[in-house]
Write a protein that binds this ligand. Sequence first.
Ligand code: DON
Length: 317
Amino acid sequence: MTHSALSTDALRVIVTEIAEELAESDDRGRVASYIPQLACIDPQQFALSVVTPDGDVINAGDADTPFSIQSVSKVFTLAVALGQMGESLWSRVGREPSGDPFNSIVQLEHEQGIPRNPFINAGAIAVTDAVLSGYEPREAIGLIVEFIRYTAGDDTIMIDETVARSEEATGYRNTALANFMRDFGNLTCDPAMTLGVYYHQCAVAMTARQLALAGRFLAYDGCLAPGGSRVISGRMARQINALMLTCGHYDGSGEFAFRVGLPGKSGVGGAILAVAPGRASIGCWSPGLNAVGNSQLASRALEMLADRTGWSVFAPH
Ligand code: DON
Protein backbone atom coordinates (compact mmCIF):
# COMPACT_ATOMS: atom_id res chain seq x y z
CA MET A 1 0.00 0.00 0.00
CA THR A 2 1.34 3.48 -0.78
CA HIS A 3 0.31 6.59 1.11
CA SER A 4 0.94 9.40 -1.32
CA ALA A 5 -1.31 11.70 0.70
CA LEU A 6 -0.27 10.75 4.22
CA SER A 7 -1.35 13.69 6.41
CA THR A 8 0.92 15.30 8.98
CA ASP A 9 -1.47 14.10 11.69
CA ALA A 10 -1.35 10.51 10.44
CA LEU A 11 2.43 10.72 10.27
CA ARG A 12 2.57 12.09 13.81
CA VAL A 13 0.60 9.08 15.06
CA ILE A 14 2.99 6.69 13.27
CA VAL A 15 6.12 8.44 14.63
CA THR A 16 4.73 8.55 18.19
CA GLU A 17 3.73 4.89 18.12
CA ILE A 18 7.15 3.79 16.86
CA ALA A 19 8.87 5.65 19.72
CA GLU A 20 6.46 4.18 22.28
CA GLU A 21 6.91 0.64 20.99
CA LEU A 22 10.69 0.92 20.91
CA ALA A 23 10.81 2.37 24.43
CA GLU A 24 10.04 -1.20 25.59
CA SER A 25 13.13 -2.66 23.89
CA ASP A 26 15.60 -4.57 26.04
CA ASP A 27 18.03 -5.24 23.22
CA ARG A 28 19.55 -1.87 22.37
CA GLY A 29 22.96 -3.02 21.13
CA ARG A 30 26.21 -1.68 22.56
CA VAL A 31 27.57 1.86 22.50
CA ALA A 32 30.81 2.37 20.56
CA SER A 33 33.74 1.98 22.93
CA TYR A 34 36.73 2.64 20.66
CA ILE A 35 36.22 6.39 20.93
CA PRO A 36 36.51 7.03 24.70
CA GLN A 37 34.14 9.99 24.64
CA LEU A 38 31.34 7.91 23.07
CA ALA A 39 31.73 4.99 25.47
CA CYS A 40 30.02 6.89 28.29
CA ILE A 41 26.77 7.80 26.45
CA ASP A 42 23.49 6.53 27.99
CA PRO A 43 22.15 3.77 25.67
CA GLN A 44 18.54 4.33 26.82
CA GLN A 45 18.16 7.39 24.61
CA PHE A 46 16.13 7.42 21.39
CA ALA A 47 14.96 10.12 18.99
CA LEU A 48 13.03 10.18 15.73
CA SER A 49 12.42 13.34 13.74
CA VAL A 50 10.68 13.61 10.36
CA VAL A 51 10.50 16.74 8.19
CA THR A 52 7.70 16.85 5.60
CA PRO A 53 7.72 18.73 2.26
CA ASP A 54 5.64 21.49 3.92
CA GLY A 55 8.37 21.97 6.50
CA ASP A 56 6.46 20.39 9.39
CA VAL A 57 8.83 18.72 11.83
CA ILE A 58 7.42 15.72 13.67
CA ASN A 59 9.45 14.62 16.69
CA ALA A 60 9.40 11.77 19.16
CA GLY A 61 11.72 10.93 22.04
CA ASP A 62 14.92 12.88 22.75
CA ALA A 63 14.72 14.93 19.54
CA ASP A 64 16.46 17.93 21.09
CA THR A 65 19.37 16.06 22.67
CA PRO A 66 22.66 16.57 20.78
CA PHE A 67 24.77 13.58 19.77
CA SER A 68 27.97 13.08 17.83
CA ILE A 69 27.03 12.68 14.16
CA GLN A 70 30.27 10.81 13.38
CA SER A 71 30.08 9.12 9.95
CA VAL A 72 26.85 10.86 8.99
CA SER A 73 29.14 13.88 8.45
CA LYS A 74 30.63 12.04 5.46
CA VAL A 75 27.47 12.83 3.48
CA PHE A 76 27.87 16.58 4.05
CA THR A 77 31.60 16.60 3.32
CA LEU A 78 30.96 14.66 0.11
CA ALA A 79 28.44 17.30 -0.95
CA VAL A 80 30.98 20.07 -0.20
CA ALA A 81 33.71 18.23 -2.16
CA LEU A 82 31.46 17.57 -5.16
CA GLY A 83 30.42 21.22 -5.12
CA GLN A 84 34.09 22.28 -5.12
CA MET A 85 35.57 19.94 -7.70
CA GLY A 86 32.70 18.09 -9.37
CA GLU A 87 33.27 14.79 -11.14
CA SER A 88 37.08 14.93 -10.81
CA LEU A 89 36.63 13.77 -7.20
CA TRP A 90 35.87 10.29 -8.55
CA SER A 91 39.47 9.75 -9.63
CA ARG A 92 40.32 9.51 -5.92
CA VAL A 93 37.48 7.43 -4.53
CA GLY A 94 35.22 4.70 -5.93
CA ARG A 95 31.49 4.12 -5.82
CA GLU A 96 31.22 0.45 -4.96
CA PRO A 97 29.97 -1.09 -1.72
CA SER A 98 32.88 -2.50 0.24
CA GLY A 99 31.24 -5.42 2.03
CA ASP A 100 33.84 -4.72 4.72
CA PRO A 101 33.78 -2.95 8.09
CA PHE A 102 34.03 0.86 7.99
CA ASN A 103 37.65 0.94 9.13
CA SER A 104 38.98 -1.98 7.09
CA ILE A 105 42.47 -1.63 5.64
CA VAL A 106 42.84 -4.80 3.51
CA GLN A 107 40.97 -3.64 0.40
CA LEU A 108 43.01 -0.47 0.23
CA GLU A 109 46.22 -2.29 -0.64
CA HIS A 110 44.58 -4.39 -3.34
CA GLU A 111 43.06 -1.29 -4.88
CA GLN A 112 46.24 0.84 -4.90
CA GLY A 113 45.13 3.36 -2.28
CA ILE A 114 41.82 4.25 -4.00
CA PRO A 115 39.11 3.55 -1.39
CA ARG A 116 35.99 1.70 -2.51
CA ASN A 117 33.54 4.48 -1.66
CA PRO A 118 33.34 7.85 0.14
CA PHE A 119 31.62 6.43 3.24
CA ILE A 120 34.18 3.93 4.52
CA ASN A 121 36.76 5.74 6.66
CA ALA A 122 39.51 5.63 4.00
CA GLY A 123 37.16 7.09 1.39
CA ALA A 124 35.93 9.81 3.72
CA ILE A 125 39.51 10.74 4.64
CA ALA A 126 40.35 11.07 0.90
CA VAL A 127 37.27 13.28 0.39
CA THR A 128 38.20 15.43 3.39
CA ASP A 129 41.73 15.76 1.98
CA ALA A 130 40.22 17.01 -1.30
CA VAL A 131 38.19 19.66 0.59
CA LEU A 132 41.27 20.70 2.61
CA SER A 133 43.48 21.13 -0.44
CA GLY A 134 44.26 24.85 -0.84
CA TYR A 135 42.88 25.79 2.59
CA GLU A 136 44.07 25.95 6.18
CA PRO A 137 42.54 23.18 8.34
CA ARG A 138 40.37 25.68 10.27
CA GLU A 139 39.04 27.07 6.96
CA ALA A 140 38.15 23.58 5.70
CA ILE A 141 36.42 22.77 8.99
CA GLY A 142 34.58 26.08 8.64
CA LEU A 143 33.37 25.20 5.12
CA ILE A 144 31.96 21.87 6.30
CA VAL A 145 30.29 23.26 9.43
CA GLU A 146 28.86 26.22 7.49
CA PHE A 147 27.40 23.80 4.93
CA ILE A 148 25.74 21.78 7.71
CA ARG A 149 24.40 24.94 9.38
CA TYR A 150 23.02 26.22 6.08
CA THR A 151 21.26 22.96 5.19
CA ALA A 152 19.82 22.67 8.71
CA GLY A 153 18.92 26.38 8.78
CA ASP A 154 20.54 26.54 12.21
CA ASP A 155 23.61 28.59 13.10
CA THR A 156 23.87 27.13 16.59
CA ILE A 157 25.32 23.79 15.37
CA MET A 158 28.80 23.32 16.85
CA ILE A 159 31.69 20.89 17.02
CA ASP A 160 32.22 18.99 20.28
CA GLU A 161 35.95 19.61 20.73
CA THR A 162 36.22 16.96 23.46
CA VAL A 163 35.01 14.29 21.03
CA ALA A 164 37.39 15.51 18.30
CA ARG A 165 40.35 15.39 20.69
CA SER A 166 39.29 12.04 22.12
CA GLU A 167 39.34 10.56 18.64
CA GLU A 168 42.54 12.29 17.61
CA ALA A 169 44.29 10.78 20.64
CA THR A 170 43.20 7.22 19.81
CA GLY A 171 42.81 7.15 16.01
CA TYR A 172 45.66 4.77 15.28
CA ARG A 173 43.80 2.92 12.56
CA ASN A 174 42.75 6.10 10.76
CA THR A 175 46.37 7.25 10.94
CA ALA A 176 47.36 4.01 9.24
CA LEU A 177 44.72 4.46 6.51
CA ALA A 178 45.78 8.07 5.87
CA ASN A 179 49.50 7.29 5.71
CA PHE A 180 48.82 4.35 3.43
CA MET A 181 46.88 6.55 1.02
CA ARG A 182 49.55 9.27 1.20
CA ASP A 183 52.10 6.65 0.16
CA PHE A 184 49.94 5.71 -2.84
CA GLY A 185 49.70 9.43 -3.74
CA ASN A 186 45.98 9.63 -2.95
CA LEU A 187 46.34 12.25 -0.19
CA THR A 188 47.74 15.61 -1.17
CA CYS A 189 47.87 17.23 2.28
CA ASP A 190 49.83 16.33 5.40
CA PRO A 191 47.97 13.24 6.75
CA ALA A 192 47.90 14.72 10.27
CA MET A 193 46.19 17.88 8.95
CA THR A 194 43.66 15.88 6.92
CA LEU A 195 42.88 13.70 9.93
CA GLY A 196 42.45 16.78 12.12
CA VAL A 197 39.75 18.08 9.75
CA TYR A 198 38.18 14.62 9.49
CA TYR A 199 37.92 14.22 13.29
CA HIS A 200 36.35 17.65 13.62
CA GLN A 201 33.70 16.92 10.98
CA CYS A 202 32.87 13.63 12.76
CA ALA A 203 32.60 15.51 16.07
CA VAL A 204 29.84 17.84 14.89
CA ALA A 205 27.06 17.63 17.50
CA MET A 206 23.47 17.71 16.28
CA THR A 207 20.01 16.77 17.46
CA ALA A 208 17.69 14.44 15.51
CA ARG A 209 15.61 17.48 14.59
CA GLN A 210 18.64 19.33 13.21
CA LEU A 211 19.80 16.22 11.34
CA ALA A 212 16.39 15.76 9.69
CA LEU A 213 16.41 19.41 8.63
CA ALA A 214 19.98 19.13 7.29
CA GLY A 215 18.95 16.16 5.11
CA ARG A 216 16.21 18.03 3.23
CA PHE A 217 18.45 18.81 0.25
CA LEU A 218 18.75 15.06 -0.38
CA ALA A 219 15.00 14.49 -0.08
CA TYR A 220 14.14 17.32 -2.50
CA ASP A 221 16.54 16.74 -5.37
CA GLY A 222 19.18 19.19 -4.14
CA CYS A 223 16.81 21.85 -2.75
CA LEU A 224 15.84 22.72 0.82
CA ALA A 225 12.16 22.18 -0.02
CA PRO A 226 10.17 21.33 -3.16
CA GLY A 227 10.80 24.39 -5.35
CA GLY A 228 12.96 25.92 -2.58
CA SER A 229 16.57 27.18 -2.45
CA ARG A 230 19.02 24.99 -4.31
CA VAL A 231 22.00 23.59 -2.36
CA ILE A 232 23.49 21.20 -4.96
CA SER A 233 22.39 19.99 -8.39
CA GLY A 234 19.61 17.43 -8.62
CA ARG A 235 22.00 15.03 -10.30
CA MET A 236 24.47 15.24 -7.41
CA ALA A 237 21.72 14.76 -4.83
CA ARG A 238 20.57 11.62 -6.66
CA GLN A 239 24.14 10.31 -6.84
CA ILE A 240 24.67 10.86 -3.10
CA ASN A 241 21.37 9.08 -2.40
CA ALA A 242 22.49 6.15 -4.55
CA LEU A 243 25.71 5.91 -2.54
CA MET A 244 23.81 6.12 0.75
CA LEU A 245 21.57 3.27 -0.35
CA THR A 246 24.43 1.03 -1.51
CA CYS A 247 27.23 2.02 0.92
CA GLY A 248 25.67 4.00 3.80
CA HIS A 249 25.70 1.16 6.32
CA TYR A 250 29.04 -0.52 5.49
CA ASP A 251 28.67 -4.30 5.52
CA GLY A 252 25.09 -3.82 6.71
CA SER A 253 24.13 -1.82 3.60
CA GLY A 254 22.36 -4.66 1.80
CA GLU A 255 20.36 -5.51 4.91
CA PHE A 256 19.34 -1.85 5.42
CA ALA A 257 18.28 -1.51 1.76
CA PHE A 258 16.32 -4.75 2.05
CA ARG A 259 14.58 -3.85 5.30
CA VAL A 260 14.10 -0.08 4.90
CA GLY A 261 14.38 0.60 1.15
CA LEU A 262 15.53 4.20 1.63
CA PRO A 263 18.94 5.89 1.26
CA GLY A 264 20.48 6.14 4.73
CA LYS A 265 23.80 6.97 6.37
CA SER A 266 24.74 5.73 9.80
CA GLY A 267 27.29 6.94 12.33
CA VAL A 268 28.99 5.18 15.18
CA GLY A 269 27.40 7.70 17.59
CA GLY A 270 24.09 5.93 16.84
CA ALA A 271 22.63 8.37 14.31
CA ILE A 272 21.05 7.54 10.97
CA LEU A 273 20.03 10.12 8.38
CA ALA A 274 17.52 8.67 5.91
CA VAL A 275 15.54 10.23 3.09
CA ALA A 276 12.30 9.30 1.36
CA PRO A 277 12.81 11.28 -1.87
CA GLY A 278 10.01 13.79 -2.41
CA ARG A 279 8.40 12.90 0.90
CA ALA A 280 10.57 13.33 3.95
CA SER A 281 13.97 13.73 5.54
CA ILE A 282 14.41 11.66 8.68
CA GLY A 283 16.86 11.96 11.58
CA CYS A 284 16.97 9.01 13.97
CA TRP A 285 19.27 8.33 16.92
CA SER A 286 19.88 5.73 19.57
CA PRO A 287 23.46 5.14 20.79
CA GLY A 288 23.48 1.31 20.99
CA LEU A 289 24.98 -0.33 17.90
CA ASN A 290 24.40 -3.71 16.26
CA ALA A 291 27.18 -6.14 15.33
CA VAL A 292 28.14 -4.21 12.18
CA GLY A 293 28.27 -0.81 13.92
CA ASN A 294 24.89 0.66 12.95
CA SER A 295 22.34 1.87 15.51
CA GLN A 296 20.16 -1.04 16.54
CA LEU A 297 17.02 0.90 17.45
CA ALA A 298 17.38 3.57 14.77
CA SER A 299 17.61 0.83 12.10
CA ARG A 300 14.53 -0.82 13.57
CA ALA A 301 12.65 2.50 13.81
CA LEU A 302 13.32 3.28 10.16
CA GLU A 303 12.15 -0.18 9.13
CA MET A 304 8.90 0.38 11.06
CA LEU A 305 8.50 3.87 9.56
CA ALA A 306 9.02 2.58 6.01
CA ASP A 307 6.54 -0.26 6.60
CA ARG A 308 3.86 1.97 8.07
CA THR A 309 4.15 4.84 5.58
CA GLY A 310 4.80 2.74 2.47
CA TRP A 311 7.87 4.92 1.77
CA SER A 312 10.46 3.12 -0.34
CA VAL A 313 12.57 4.07 -3.33
CA PHE A 314 11.35 0.79 -4.83
CA ALA A 315 7.63 1.61 -4.55
CA PRO A 316 5.65 3.73 -7.02
CA HIS A 317 5.22 7.33 -5.93
O1 DON B 1 36.74 7.52 12.09
C1 DON B 1 35.97 6.91 12.82
O2 DON B 1 36.15 5.75 13.14
C2 DON B 1 34.75 7.64 13.34
N1 DON B 1 35.04 9.05 13.49
C3 DON B 1 33.58 7.50 12.43
C4 DON B 1 33.18 6.06 12.22
C5 DON B 1 31.73 5.88 12.04
O3 DON B 1 30.90 6.64 12.43
C6 DON B 1 31.35 4.59 11.44
N2 DON B 1 29.91 4.47 11.40
N3 DON B 1 29.17 3.63 11.67
